[in-house]
Design a protein around this ligand. Structure first.
Ligand code: G6P
Length: 469
């Protein structure tokens, strides 16, 4: 809880640990989020003098701020809704996310026009609001952990206001290679890098992304990372205790029963195998190519028809942006097409669920024979780490070599080039036919690797790395 003298440990992120919904009767309901940061921060204990600064994201959050409803230790910033939309949808999700995940279709995109410059000004305003709130809330010499691409300008802005603070920046995404990063206008690229270099430490999920950041600094700013900034790497693992406990609650058992019913049994009465994926329906997750690979499997290895089901949980994400809505529609279209082409009276080849349901995700994890994680590019990908931990009977992980998790899990997964649909189909076949004893052995090793860096450790390591020397 922050004192009047300011907090000793501060976290800043766009999405905070709590959100509010507002119903028609005007009642506010709070919902706590999960994720690495939430469990990481809990590791320092509730007595710690901590403050989490985040954005008010919807009408419920904004109303909560207006009514003064909130939680001790959390400060939601009610930034003007248009400014926030420009910064979050316009710059963070349509430009920075696209650059770091290599998502542009370059013959037509990107175009950095006057509208982009206008949105960039909002991005600066939004970052400044965070820098001011942090400067205002921090005790002398406090540690501030700034999260992700949304807040890339904050470390520099905060350093200018409060040179006494110890500032870390953490990137949860990949980092673009210089030739791609330089699609950005030169002054904008320099501002982003310079913003992060305002921190004492800039940290990443893997060495690969840390190296790419250093390469961009050399390419854009000239040789040498300024001596004031250290570069760090902190992998983030699955939260084994939480997952094992949560995945055996009654609501998860209910979802298992209902999924089993939808999956059905093969004509000879044997259990159908399941290929499971769980993602936000997010362009980098490569859900469409996953479906194409599954179709290729059914074409190339027809003996799998009626004997396998692809359970695809693809939850809505960033639906304010047309490109995300279109992607979701494409996922739905291809899943329907596969079901129409191959499905029979007793067999639905693709079970596609689009409504976010954490208990169902855990149920699918438990049932998985094969985990399909094939992103175009991903900072880490926790699903790849969670499924081997939770699966009841072991699962084979088919993993993109472009996911950060590849560095830790690559040896015991079947790895794929995410663009190569034929190779992905072959990998699925190999996964489905792997002997059960080998599968069990690999799952054990995957689960051990996946849980080696629990979120609490990840958080504390970053904090300690900022300790005064
Ligand atoms: C990624 C980003 C996070 C972000 C999350 C969900 O993991 O690194 O910063 O919070 O996606 O995206 P959203 O836009 O819904 O916050």
């Amino acid at each position: 809880m922050a004192t009047t003298h300011g907090a000793q440990i501060l976290v800043a992120s766009n999405r905070g640990p709590i959100s509010y919904t507002l119903d028609e009767a005007g009642t506010l309901t709070a919902k706590r989020g999960g994720g690495g940061l939430v469990s990481g921060l809990s590791a320092i204990g509730s007595d710690a003098d901590a403050l989490w600064v985040c954005s008010a994201l919807g009408d419920g959050d904004r109303e909560a701020v207006r009514r003064g409803v909130g939680e001790a230790g959390v400060r939601m910033l009610d930034i003007d809704a248009d400014v926030h939309a420009d910064a979050y949808n316009g710059i963070a999700n349509s430009v920075l996310w696209f650059v770091h995940h290599l998502l542009y279709q370059t013959p037509l995109e990107p175009v950095f026009d006057a509208e982009f410059r206008r949105q960039w000004a909002s991005f600066e305003t939004y970052n400044r609001a965070f820098a001011e709130a942090l400067a205002d809330g921090a005790a002398q010499g406090a540690a501030v952990l700034v999260q992700d691409y949304h807040l890339a300008l904050v470390p520099r802005m905060l350093r200018e206001r409060r040179p006494d603070l110890r500032i870390g920046h953490f990137s949860h995404t990949p980092w673009a290679p210089p030739e791609y990063f330089r699609l950005l206008p030169d002054d904008i690229g320099a501002q982003l890098l310079g913003g992060i270099l305002g921190a004492d430490r800039a940290a990443f999920l893997t060495q690969r992304w840390a190296d790419a950041f250093t390469d961009c600094c050399h390419a854009v700013l000239g040789p040498g990372i300024p001596s004031g900034t250290r570069i760090g790497v902190h992998g983030l693992g699955a939260d084994a205790d939480f997952l094992r406990e949560r995945s055996h609650q009654p609501d998860v058992d209910d979802r298992i029963a209902s999924l089993r019913e939808q999956i059905g049994v093969a004509p000879d009465g044997s259990r159908r195998k399941t290929i499971v994926r769980v993602d936000r329906t997010e362009l980098s997750k490569n859900i469409v190519r996953g479906l194409l690979a599954y179709r290729e499997l059914l074409e190339d290895q027809p003996s799998w028809r009626e004997r396998v089901v692809h359970v695809a949980l693809a939850y809505p994400s960033r639906q304010d942006l047309a490109v995300y809505r279109d992607y979701m529609a494409e996922v739905r279209r291809i899943a329907d097409e596969i079901n129409t082409r191959y499905g029979t009276a007793g067999w639905t080849p693709v079970l596609l669920h689009l409504k976010d349901d954490f208990a169902r995700s855990l149920a699918a994890y438990r049932l998985a024979d094969v985990a399909l994680v094939n992103p175009i590019r991903d900072g880490m990908n926790l699903v790849a780490k969670e499924m081997p931990v939770v699966s009841d009977e072991g699962c084979v992980l088919v993993l993109s070599r472009e996911a950060g998790a590849y560095e830790e899990l690559g040896e015991d997964a079947i790895t794929v080039n995410p663009y190569d649909v034929v190779a992905t189909a072959r990998a699925l076949h190999e996964a489905l036919t792997m002997p059960l004893d080998e599968r069990a052995e690999r799952t054990k090793r995957l689960a051990a690797a996946a849980t080696a860096l629990p979120p609490a450790q990840w958080f504390l390591d970053q904090l300690h790395a900022l300790d005064p020397r």
